[in-house]
Ligand binder design. Structure first.
Ligand code: G3H
Length: 496
């Protein structure tokens, strides 16, 4: 069944096709982009290197498909999303195996990503029929000088063409979290998958295709960022950009023009551990939060700020758990797997060496084989070290010892990529005060940072993002307000 389902997406050349107007096609460029397996550092797949002319064609098709799609009843859009969710579940295994190969995500987490995406679509369908079906009526006599002769009908209408750009670490889930709300709200989508993760993205798109979405409603372009990246994000046909990734998002925002933006650009998520914290709980969450998917999550714990009085005890609880993490290949479902690329591994190594030179204490040894980095825990990190401020996006966790909670909050608030943070204390009043003082998009009390459940609002402060995500917020963000004012005839109104 799987090969029939996916047969049409692979060209005879062995390169994956791109998806336009309900068809899988090869690019006229005749060129492809190689997708490297981070574990073997060998080419695993090839995808089409699409041209700017193909981008233009895609936007033209998208624009003309959108009018009809916006007229499709909400219940019908919901039905199609649910069908896509069912197909994602049925085809979770082949999609997950692409994730294992392309982004070295452990096999169990890869399956979880696909199933979570199906759940997200189901919820979007149900939330969408309710949220988008509601408008409001305003009566003019609330405003001074007006009578009751004007009624304003406020409704929500689609934006048009949504450009969706997900990141390598969740190429399926963070694609679906953009596509689902966009389609539900009557928009059409041009998806540009990340280079690593693109093949999983193409497999996912086939589930939407087979679910029966009309032609041109979802299109997927692949290619080199240098060739089509800026061309896509500055294209005049784009009515909204939903982007998750690194600081490329800042330059996208600067160039984007008059379109609504939904951006999530990472986080230096701090974990504040107070002297009254449950240290067993804190240690468990720090290890899971810091090292799952080898720290390559925007919500990973990226810095521990622990009160000096309990630092030794906390460290003694963290170290054995880190030492127990299995290190190896994603196919074997190891905890720590190769990071996404050699460039990334080099960057992480640079941060570790900087900390070493400046006197950090290594609680576990830093080791590297190719893109595989052993989980590294560093104590006595100081603000002079890059690791105190920069996101490694790898299995490296720095610990800073503080004398007061105020000092921890001050460090947190100096950080510019303020996505999430967390605080461990057994005093709920204190927790709320600390949360209030932490300038981050979300504060988790007594748990590690996390985006889910996927209907919770999700946003970053300062350079970490623009707008808020989560299913309901995305549905609200991907529509614009439309007013229709009924002006009643004064005479008939008087008679009434
Ligand atoms: O990497 C960014 C993701 O939004 C993090 O999602 O908290 O579910 O791992 P997660």
């Amino acid at each position: 069944m799987a090969s029939d389902f996916y047969g049409e997406i692979l060209a005879p050349s062995g390169a994956y096709k791109y998806f336009i107007n309900g068809d899988w096609k090869e690019s006229a460029s005749g060129k492809s982009v190689a997708i490297v397996n981070p574990s073997t550092r060998q080419t695993a797949y090839n995808v089409q290197a699409c041209t700017q002319a193909e981008v233009n064609e895609m936007f033209e098709i998208s624009r003309s498909s959108q009018k009809q799609w916006a007229q499709t009843p909400l219940w019908k859009r919901a039905e199609l999303l649910k069908k896509a969710a069912t197909l994602l579940r049925e085809h979770a295994l082949p999609i997950a195996s692409c994730l294992v190969t392309e982004i070295a995500k452990p096999s169990r987490d890869s399956m979880t990503e696909v199933i979570r995406s199906a759940d997200l679509l189901d919820y979007t369908a149900e939330e969408g029929v309710r949220v988008l079906g509601q408008g409001k009526i305003l009566n003019s006599d609330s405003f001074p000088g007006n009578g009751r002769n004007k009624l304003c009908l406020v409704s929500k209408v689609a934006l048009g063409v949504v450009l969706a750009i997900p990141p390598f670490n969740y190429p399926v889930n963070l694609a679906v979290s953009k596509i689902g709300p966009a389609l539900m709200a009557g928009n059409v989508v041009v998806l540009k998958p990340p280079t690593q993760g693109v093949v999983a993205g193409l497999h996912m798109a086939q589930c939407f295709h087979k679910a029966g979405f009309p032609k041109g409603v979802l299109n997927v372009i692949t290619g080199k960022g240098s060739e089509i990246g800026d061309f896509l994000t500055t294209h005049p046909s784009v009515n909204c950009i939903s982007f998750t990734g690194g600081d490329t998002g800042i330059s996208i925002s600067k160039k984007a023009g008059m379109v609504p933006l939904q951006m999530e650009l990472g986080g230096k998520d701090v974990c504040i551990v107070c002297e009254d914290a449950n240290l067993d709980l804190a240690a468990k969450h720090i290890v899971k939060g810091g090292f799952s998917y080898s720290g390559q999550r925007c919500t990973a714990v990226k810095l521990v700020l622990v009160h000096d009085k309990v630092a030794d005890e906390l460290v003694s609880k963290i170290v054995p758990q880190v030492q127990k993490l299995s290190v190896g290949m994603p196919e074997n479902d190891c905890d720590i797997t190769p990071v996404i690329s050699e460039t990334s591994a080099n960057f992480i190594q640079g941060l570790v060496l900087d900390a070493k030179e400046k006197g950090a204490k290594f609680l576990t040894e830093f080791k590297r084989e190719g893109n595989l980095l052993w989980p590294t825990l560093l104590d006595h990190v100081t603000p002079a070290m890059r690791l105190a401020w920069e996101e490694p996006f790898g299995p490296v966790l720095p610990i800073v010892r503080v004398q007061t909670v105020e000092q921890a909050i001050e460090h947190c608030n100096k950080n510019n990529i303020a996505l999430q943070g967390c605080v461990f204390t057994q005093d709920i009043n204190r927790a709320i005060m600390i949360s209030d003082a932490m300038e981050t998009g979300t504060v988790q009390i007594n748990a590690a940072p996390a985006r889910g459940p996927d209907h919770f609002p999700f946003q970053g402060f300062r350079d970490s993002g623009i707008g808020s995500q989560g299913i309901t917020n995305s549905l609200e963000m991907m529509v614009k307000t439309k007013s229709t004012v009924i002006n009643l005839e004064a005479e008939s109104y008087a008679m009434g």
